[in-house]
Design a protein around this ligand. Structure first.
Ligand SMILES: Cc1cc2nc3c(=O)[nH]c(=O)nc-3n(C[C@H](O)[C@H](O)[C@H](O)COP(=O)(O)OP(=O)(O)OC[C@H]3O[C@@H](n4cnc5c(N)ncnc54)[C@H](O)[C@@H]3O)c2cc1C
Length: 236
């Protein structure tokens, strides 16, 4: 039932009012939109964002909603290079008061049960995890299980770092900032040893990263049903 609900919600269309944008780090920008009263999502889900202020080919992209519903704002964060796509160029041209469309929220990339969870982020893949951790923080200390974020960023930009460091004060949340795949796999293996199939494994980042970590988990007998993936195609 919940699978159908998480998928069919793609037909729900929301018009969002653009509020502001700002730079998070070199080549990474955050965009904030007003949250309508009747719009909600499960922390970790994504929406399909379409630009309407300018006609462009392929004017829709999926983005994880990086804010928790409790924050009362829709936040997305994205990498924009020196040679941006037409979509990203138009995104940067948004002005206060303009509107975008968001279909969704969609997907099953959210914490469902009170189990130990390992959140594995590659670079910009941290966006859904910011929402998940913010939601946990808002819910207070009710969560007795450990939620551990492994945040790999070879460029060491670590967007949201200040906020994540604040969240670690919540006893059940832990964050490790990692620079190399070797370190990442060591940390994953520690979690596997501790919790095996009693834990959930969430992976978000480039498709190649998501695929290789999934293979690693499966090789360590982690069942498919305990692995959730958000492969951000279009990023390296
Ligand atoms: C569930 C989900 C959540 C995401 N969340 C975020 C987020 O929070 N932040 C973020 O920055 N990005 C996110 N993305 C990726 C985002 O949608 C864009 O693809 C990405 O930002 C690159 O956009 P672009 O306009 O710069 O490049 P694009 O114009 O999209 O192209 C970049 C490259 O990707 C290829 N490509 C485009 N679409 C596809 C496709 N469907 N299948 C295979 N290859 C394709 C193109 O051929 C090109 O080589 C998410 C993707 C998914 C699926």
């Amino acid at each position: 039932m919940s699978f159908l609900k998480d998928t069919l919600s793609i037909f729900k269309k929301n018009e969002l009012l653009f509020l502001e944008s700002y730079k998070e780090a070199e080549g990474v920008y955050t965009f904030l939109f007003e949250k309508e009263k009747d719009l909600t999502w499960k922390a970790g889900q994504h929406g399909l964002f379409s630009l309407t202020h300018k006609k462009i080919k392929n004017g829709t992209r999926p983005f994880s909603v990086a804010s928790a519903p409790t924050e009362d704002v829709v936040k997305i964060t994205t990498g924009i290079s020196d040679k941006p796509s037409d979509f990203k160029k138009a995104l940067l041209e948004l002005e206060k008061g303009m509107k975008v469309n968001m279909s969704g929220p969609v997907g099953s990339f959210y914490l469902k049960d009170n189990r130990h969870s390992l959140l594995i982020a590659g670079g910009i893949g941290v966006t859904p995890f910011r929402a998940i951790l913010k939601q946990l923080e808002a819910e207070g200390d009710g969560n007795e299980k450990q939620v551990k974020l492994l945040y790999l960023d070879s460029a060491k930009s670590y967007i949201y770092k200040d906020e994540l460091d604040e969240m670690v004060h919540n006893n059940s949340i832990d964050v490790s900032y990692l620079e190399s795949r070797e370190e990442l796999y060591q940390e994953i293996d520690k979690f596997i040893t501790a919790y095996k199939n009693d834990g959930n494994y969430f992976i978000a980042g480039s498709k190649s990263m998501v695929d290789s970590i999934t293979t690693h988990l499966k090789n360590h007998n982690i069942s498919k049903r305990n692995i959730k993936k958000d492969a951000f195609w279009g990023i390296n």
